[in-house]
Design a protein around this ligand. Structure first.
Ligand code: UD1
Length: 340
């Protein structure tokens, strides 16, 4: 049987590349669109080595309507789109809000404009737990009220969710699943693909692995006086391969389920871990001691957030399989391929 074609925008990025691998493994034909503005072409090699097959890719900006139409014309019969392509640096978004709105909101609007002309109805969107802001209750369910975003990046996720919800309500030609990710970490077990931060990592786990590798002198933990068991922030760290698999089940659901679909799912583990717990789990699973200090809190940080994953478990049949230690060990294995 022919593989159903799924376009993956941002398919050379961190989560996107892992989703491409899992989609292919599940019997789909991923088609990558990426402009390599925050990814490297070497990722395509990694994907090819894992799958032992070349995945088609197009080096275009998915906000470029003409280029997008050309891809859809050439590929024909696309069954769905997973839209990862977006800028994602929270701090940078505060400095360059317009670039974030233009890229993140603009590319979604272009995709939504072009899709109906090619009969593409199914759309999975990369959203974020950032839409919950500082939640009043933990864990957060999909019904937990969203809060005003604390950064332009966060706001683009909220706006894109609203756009998708409104468009899906207004037409019968859009069926969409919004996945609210918690904190993705780790790398493919083959260590052929993983996270490739540009410059100094802003996210915790790449900063930890770069510190362990001696690229950074020390990790600064942003505050230890929060109202949590050890005073450091709590997050829900999900192994990127588990997160990638959530996209496969979301696509499956869109292809199988009849009628209108506008659904939102939390994608996390349901576990909250403090920053110090992550540091200690890293040390335990890798045997490497980490040089760290406690610094002041980071502006805009949410003290604690983790997911209630009941809905994804019950309705998508989604389950995570990897522990925090395993995910951190995979991140370290990947880091070592970068420095050796
Ligand atoms: C943030 C966003 C998330 C977004 C992600 C993309 C929120 C609530 N979350 O995640 O939506 O997708 O960025 O980059 O807006 N930490 C340190 N030292 C460091 C780095 C991080 O202590 O050097 C701590 C942070 O204070 C935080 C935790 O580690 O408690 C995780 O931080 P990070 O990896 O940056 O992710 P979030 O801020 O949770």
């Amino acid at each position: 049987m022919e593989r159903a074609k799924i376009v993956v925008t941002g398919g050379a990025g961190f989560i996107g590349s892992h989703a491409v691998v899992e989609l292919y493994a599940a019997g789909y034909q991923p088609i990558i669109i990426d402009d390599f503005s925050n990814s490297k072409e070497s990722v395509l090699r990694g994907i090819q080595e894992i799958l032992e097959v070349e995945v088609p890719y197009y080096n275009i900006d998915c906000g470029d309507e003409t280029a997008l139409r050309d891809v859809f014309t050439q590929e024909k019969d696309i069954q769905g789109i997973i839209h990862f392509a977006a800028f994602k640096a929270v701090g940078e978004s505060v400095q360059k809000p317009l670039a974030y709105y233009r890229n993140n909101v603009g590319s979604l609007m272009t995709l939504l404009k072009v899709m109906p002309d090619f009969g593409i109805e199914n759309f999975v969107f990369s959203s974020s737990c950032t839409v919950y802001g500082i939640p009043d209750q933990l864990p957060v369910t999909e019904d937990t009220p969203t809060k005003p975003a604390t950064s332009p990046y966060g706001n683009t996720k909220k706006i894109c969710e609203d756009i998708l919800t409104d468009v899906a309500k207004a037409t019968t030609s859009l069926r969409t699943i919004l996945l609210r990710y918690f904190n993705p970490i780790g790398a493919h077990p083959s260590a052929k693909i993983g996270e490739l931060p540009l410059g100094v990592p802003q996210n915790l786990v790449p900063f930890i692995t770069q510190t362990a590798a001696g690229i950074r002198e020390k990790l600064t933990i942003y505050g230890n006086t929060y109202d949590t068991p050890d005073g450091t922030n709590i997050r829900d760290y999900i192994y990127v391969v588990d997160l990638a698999k959530a996209h496969v089940v979301a696509v499956q659901r869109l292809l199988e389920k009849k009628g209108e679909v506008v659904e939102v799912f939390n994608v996390g583990t349901g576990r909250g871990n403090t920053v110090l717990e992550v540091v200690h789990a890293f040390e335990k699973s890798t045997g490497v001691n980490l040089n760290y200090v406690i610094g002041p809190p980071r502006t805009g940080d949410v003290p604690a957030i983790y997911a209630d994953v009941t809905k994804a478990t019950n309705e998508l049949g989604f389950q995570t399989t990897s522990s925090l230690e395993e995910a951190l060990a995979s991140a370290w294995k990947w880091q070592q391929t970068l420095t050796n």
